[in-house]
Ligand binder design. Structure first.
Ligand code: SF4
Length: 287
């Protein structure tokens, strides 16, 4: 499979220079390199400029509603665990209206990947502040500047017990492709936050702004890649402005692992009942 095989053929309507182009191309390249057949791939998006990404992928795709890509994506994975499931959306989707879904998906650790294109502004509504806009950030809609403190997505993810968290930048495409591949291969819930500049409504957090500020997570690491305190230290030292894999803990059991183990342990507690009978019994309770 080649990159072009994963393109729906629709021309993206994103503004010229939007960081989301790079995210789309990185995702297509990652799934092509991993040789994931289109019939085994599902891409679910939320609402916002970034939400259009599902329509540009040639795979099973679903453009859901605002902040609800994760419930749909998790449902797909639970229905067919053989699928590679990707949810994608923006910072409003993941860290405002969909925050609770993000937290619980992290906690649940279903084996899927969530890509958040963070441009620190609501582009589709023509420049509202988002939950990750810096304090004082001015737009036409907020001429006096945002008064709220921004959410730190990495700390939020760590607090919820994330097993894989990475940060990429649209301009560092090869690094982004590699981290999306690793995220997809991670046996649990993986979150990739991408600094994806909005060239139309965010004149502060530009490509150059990120190039000047971003550090490499690897250069800041003083401990194991699976350690939460080490990951928090990386985010603290860089004020969240770094790229790379921040944490990967392959030992946290995924949702499917836990449930299979749970089923087996319950079966073993039911002497005289076969596994088939046990599942018939539990199904009856689940109606
Ligand atoms: Fe991208 Fe911003 Fe244009 Fe939306 S408004 S397509 S986020 S550049």
């Amino acid at each position: 499979m080649e990159l072009k095989d994963y393109s729906s053929g629709l021309n993206p309507t994103w503004c010229k220079g939007c960081g989301d182009f790079s995210v789309l191309r990185s995702l297509q390249t990652a799934v092509a390199r991993l040789e994931i057949a289109r019939e085994n791939l599902a891409v679910v998006s939320g609402i916002g400029c970034s939400g259009r990404i599902s329509g540009y992928m040639n795979a099973y795709s679903f453009h859901s509603v605002h902040g609800r890509s994760l419930p749909v994506a998790q449902g797909i994975k639970l229905s067919n665990s053989k699928l590679s499931v990707i949810a994608a959306g923006g910072d409003g989707d993941g860290f405002a209206i969909g925050t609770s879904h993000t937290i619980h998906a992290i906690r649940r650790n279903i084996d899927m990947t969530y890509i958040v294109m963070n441009n620190q502004v609501y582009g589709l509504t023509k420049g509202h502040v988002s939950p990750v806009s810096h304090q004082g950030f001015q737009t036409k809609m907020t001429p006096n500047g945002s008064v709220d403190m921004p959410i730190e997505p990495g700390m939020l993810a760590l607090g919820a017990g994330i097993s894989f968290y990475a940060q990429g930048f649209s301009a560092y495409q090869e690094e982004l492709i590699e981290m999306i591949m690793q995220a997809i291969q991670h046996p649990g819930f993986s979150l990739v936050q991408v600094f994806s500049p909005c060239v139309t409504y965010n004149k502060v957090n530009t490509y150059q702004w990120f190039r000047d500020k971003l550090q490499r997570a690897e250069d800041l690491r003083e401990g194991s890649i699976s350690d939460h305190m080490t990951a928090a230290d990386i985010l603290t030292k860089s004020k969240g402005l770094c790229t790379g894999i921040i944490i990967q803990n392959k030992n946290k059991p995924s949702y499917h692992t836990l449930h299979n183990e749970k089923d087996e342990s319950l079966v073993s507690q039911q002497p005289g009942i076969s596994e088939k009978e046990f599942h018939q019994l539990t199904k009856a309770y689940m109606v």
